[in-house]
Structures are given as structure tokens and as C-alpha cells.
Write a protein that binds this ligand. Structure first.
Ligand code: CAA
Length: 240
């Protein structure tokens, strides 16, 4: 029987590419989304991948939603924490709401999704947790004190949890995408975006599939010796 993979924010952008790549690799995939019903319905129609609506920022909604997915499809063995938002502003203009929303989704969301799934993964002695952080969690970004802090937190979370999961056959890894051609990056003012692209040695934005391929690799049974790793996929923009 195929393994079940759950991808948060899995119906759009990088998440959609991850959901489709996992499906192509033989997983039964559930994709969550928070708001865009139309995009989710279209995604399900085009791909056959089931979508579920809840906010990763809400712990109880995550626990309930995960229970529903598991009742429908079976135990979740691969969790991809991909859901993320931006609320960019220079710090002197950043509101408490802009700070909090990003922390709630991009950092607490990873706790909220992983925590309810962790006991089952420990019992079954198998699990794959793959967190999607960002180049900006590694290097920091002007206008993203909130986002950079949350994404850096995801890296620390990964390294701590990898140590706890290792004996139970659970690997925990993090991928740091650079600037990928998605709606999120296209929302950056064009002039700013062009100046960012000029700092990417490969000379272009990444494709969502560049990240999806990393996920498929980390999710595989063959990647069991890789845990606590940070995989950078950023076209050479930032070398760690
Ligand atoms: N370094 C230094 N100074 C900068 C700067 C930078 N990177 N970017 C802007 N500034 C300066 C501007 O030159 C300007 O200076 P002056 O007033 O002296 O001219 C000042 O900061 C204010 O700039 P703006 O007028 O642009 O300010 P704003 O409030 O309108 O917007 C901003 C600021 C929202 C941060 C905007 O510059 C922006 O959107 N930047 C892009 C941030 C970014 O990269 N976000 C990534 C989104 S994609 C993503 O997050 C996915 C991922 O993981 C990679």
C-alpha cells in the first residue's frame, strides 16, 4: 500500500508542485489550504489530489483536520510543512499583527502540524518530516524581520526534532528554497525583484519543481540516513 503524504499549502505554488511530485512518485497525497477555495477545487479537478481546508495557525484545527485525513486515507507517514505567508515591511513600519501572523503560520504552524502526527510516527517507527524554510531564514532579508525570524526558527526546530526522531526511524529535514517563480515572489515590486534576480548566479528564478524534487528524495525510504539536514536550493544566491 502506498504511503500517505500530507502537504500543507499544497494546492498552490511550491506546495502544488510538491503534491504532484509525491503523487507521481506513488504516494497517496492530501493537500491542505487555508483560504482559496477556487484554486483548491481547480487543483483537485486537475490532479485528483484531495484538498482539505484549515489554517495551520490553529492547533485544534490541525488536530481535527489530521484526524479527518487519516480517517479518509490512513496514517500520515510523510509530512511536508510548506504553508507560509509574507507580510513584508521595513521594521519601523511593521505592525504587531504583521509580526504575529507570520510567526503563527510560518513557525507555530510547523509545531501545530507536527505535534499531532508525532506520536503515530513514533509508534510505527517510521516518519518523514520535511520543513520548507527559506534562503531568507538563512541570510535575513530587508523588509522581512518577521519572515526571516520564523524561517530561521524552522531550521532550529528541524535540528532539535531530528535528534528526537532518529531512534524512532523518523527523519526531520529542512529545505531552504531561494527565490522561486511563484505568486509570492511575483508580488515583490518588479524593480526589487529584478535587483534580486541579478544576485542569483544561475541568472533566473527557481522553478517549484526544483524544490519538489528535493522533497521526493528526502521522503524516500532510501533517505533514512539523512536527518537534521538543511538542503539549500537557491541557484547559488547564498552559500552556507
Ligand atoms: N537593502 C537596503 N535598503 C533597501 C533595501 C535593501 N534590500 N530595500 C529597500 N531599501 C531602502 C529603499 O532604497 C528605500 O530607501 P530610501 O527611502 O532612502 O529611498 C527604503 O529602504 C524604503 O524602501 P521602499 O520605499 O521600497 O519601502 P516600502 O515600505 O515601500 O517597501 C519593502 C519595503 C516591503 C521591504 C519592499 O522593498 C519589498 O517588498 N522588498 C522585498 C522583500 C523581499 O525580498 N521579500 C521576499 C518575498 S518572497 C519570499 O519571501 C519567498 C522566499 O522565501 C524567498
Amino acid at each position: 500500500m502506498s504511503r500517505v503524504a500530507l502537504v500543507t499549502g499544497g494546492s498552490r505554488g511550491i506546495g502544488a508542485a510538491i503534491s504532484m511530485a509525491l503523487k507521481d512518485a506513488g504516494y497517496t497525497v492530501a493537500a491542505t489550504y487555508a483560504g482559496n477555495d477556487e484554486a483548491a477545487a481547480k487543483f483537485t479537478e486537475e490532479t485528483g489530489i484531495k484538498t482539505y481546508k484549515w489554517s495551520v495557525a490553529d492547533y485544534d484545527a490541525c488536530a481535527d483536520g489530521i484526524a479527518k485525513v487519516e480517517a479518509d486515507l490512513g496514517p500520515v507517514e510523510v509530512l511536508v510543512n510548506n504553508a507560509g505567508i509574507t507580510r513584508d515591511a521595513p521594521f519601523h513600519k511593521m505592525s504587531r499583527e504583521q509580526w504575529q501572523e507570520v510567526m503563527d503560520t510560518n513557525l507555530s504552524g510547523v509545531f501545530n502540524m507536527t505535534h499531532p502526527l508525532w506520536p503515530g510516527m513514533r509508534e510505527r517507527k517510521f516518519g518523514r518530516v520535511i520543513n520548507i524554510s527559506s534562503i531568507n531564514g538563512q541570510k535575513g532579508q530587508f523588509g522581512q524581520a518577521n519572515y526571516s525570524a520564523a524561517k530561521a526558527g524552522d531550521i532550529g526546530f528541524t535540528k532539535a526534532l531530528a535528534q528526537e526522531g532518529a531512534r524512532a526511524g523518523i527523519t526531520v529535514n529542512v529545505i531552504c528554497p531561494g527565490y522561486i517563480a511563484t505568486e509570492m515572489v511575483m508580488a515583490v515590486p518588479e524593480k526589487v525583484r529584478e535587483s534580486i534576480i541579478s544576485t542569483i548566479p544561475v541568472g533566473r528564478l527557481g522553478e517549484p519543481e526544483d524544490i519538489a524534487r528535493c522533497v521526493v528524495f528526502l521522503a524516500s525510504d532510501e533517505a533514512g540516513f539523512i536527518t537534521g539536514s538543511t538542503i539549500t536550493a537557491n541557484g547559488g544566491q547564498y552559500l552556507t
